[in-house]
Design a protein around this ligand. Sequence first.
Ligand code: 5AD
Ligand code: SF4
Length: 484
Amino acid sequence: MYSHLNLDEIDVTKEAPALEPQRQYYFIARLRQMTEQQSRREGRKLTSCIRTFGCQMNARDSEKLRGILELAGYENTDSEEADFVLYNTCTVRENANQKVYGHLGYLSGLKKKNPHKVIALCGCMMQEPEVVEKIKKSYRFVNLVFGTHNIYKFAELLVTALESERMVVDLWKDTDKIVEDLPAQRTYPFKSGVNIMFGCNNFCSYCIVPYVRGRERSRRPEDIIAEIEGLVRDGVVEIMLLGQNVNSYGKNLDEPITFAELLRRVERIEGLERIRFMTSHPKDLSDELIEVMKHSQKICRHLHLPLQSGSTRILKQMNRRYTKEQYLALAQRLRQEIPDLSLTTDIIVGFPGETEEDFQETLDVVRKVRYDSAFTFIYSRRTGTPAAVMEDQVPEDVVKERFQRLLLLVQEISQEMSKRVEGQTLPVLVESVNEQDGSLVTGRLSNNLLVHFPGTKDLIGKILPVYLKECKGFYYLGEAADLQ
Ligand code: 5AD
Ligand code: SF4
């Protein structure tokens, strides 16, 4: 494992090993040698900055990239004036792409001031050929471009880029490879994401993810368990199992296992207190999973169950493979079996062909399920997806008006639902000192709601009972139970 890795023992004068992850350790050692030399020339430590756009998957990928940079001798900073800047991009909606182009303009200015600055781009947006063409043409100051499938090769790619005068571009269409045992630098000492699978096979007709993240690949349960055990030894009490569609975990392994069975095994890890997971596809959510959740002491009372649309007709167009009635039945079963479960969702407004009647069906589901919270999105046309060429794209003003109505309803219900636990005393994992008021700390309930209460920074990472005094809409003000 990398935790026993001693970079000094690696002979960088030899050729790089062919095997992974040893090959990457070799390049990390080379990278370290290069940064040390430059540090000596400049008389200071080199700095690096990673900007992450998009989802939890990207956040976890960034922790891995940061782990490599740290071992290579870079000091992590939040400032884009750093010697090395990396954008880990998202492309799920067009505005995510626009953000990256906007930031690149700013970086170009910084690079003019510091020609030694190294700039790299990776992540989902780079898996789109038109994007890479545009970068090659209009953003020639970028040093390195890589994608989602070869992220494990980051150290090797960065060495190549540092030795090259030209932009290094390495993009793979797909991969069946999973490289284990690479380093990671966690953002929080007490909680961590853990990838259990990569890619997606669902091809929802609006979604670009299957094209940029490739086919579903599950990690072996032994590797996942070993990683979590290592994290727990390192002080982690909460983990978030990550996959685009965790409910189809394990289907393609040599020895197939279900997601519910994986959860049972993870639950047995001593010292681990909380288990979360993201994201569930309603079509694959099994009774076995509901059973496991219901009886679990560690699985958090939160399920994110994307609806996307409440209209069976639109769901069919979206290739979601469930109907409004099936979704409602599932939500009802969940509410019945696990009454304190918080249900959250994703909804898209303005999918091609969506009529007012279809939209009313969505509002109807929202009223019936009563989500604890919901992410609402305006449909964004992604080139290459089937929906992008569908007729009847909905006019912008109609979509915006529907979006506002949905938002109002979602917020109204969410406020009512959040109030459900007012007056109770529940365990809270303390995450940080409150940003606005330093006399408070901020933590999360099992159902994912935020709680602010008087406390000091030594509580960070601890789980303690908190009296939920007052619901303030989407969060709570509380008091540590033993202070009452
Ligand atoms: N337009 C708008 N929202 C989208 N999502 C995925 N693709 C699109 C798109 N083209 C939303 C879905 C998904 C969430 C992560 O992003 O609701 O669940
Ligand atoms: Fe996209 Fe659908 Fe896969 Fe989610 S399940 S990543 S929405 S294709």
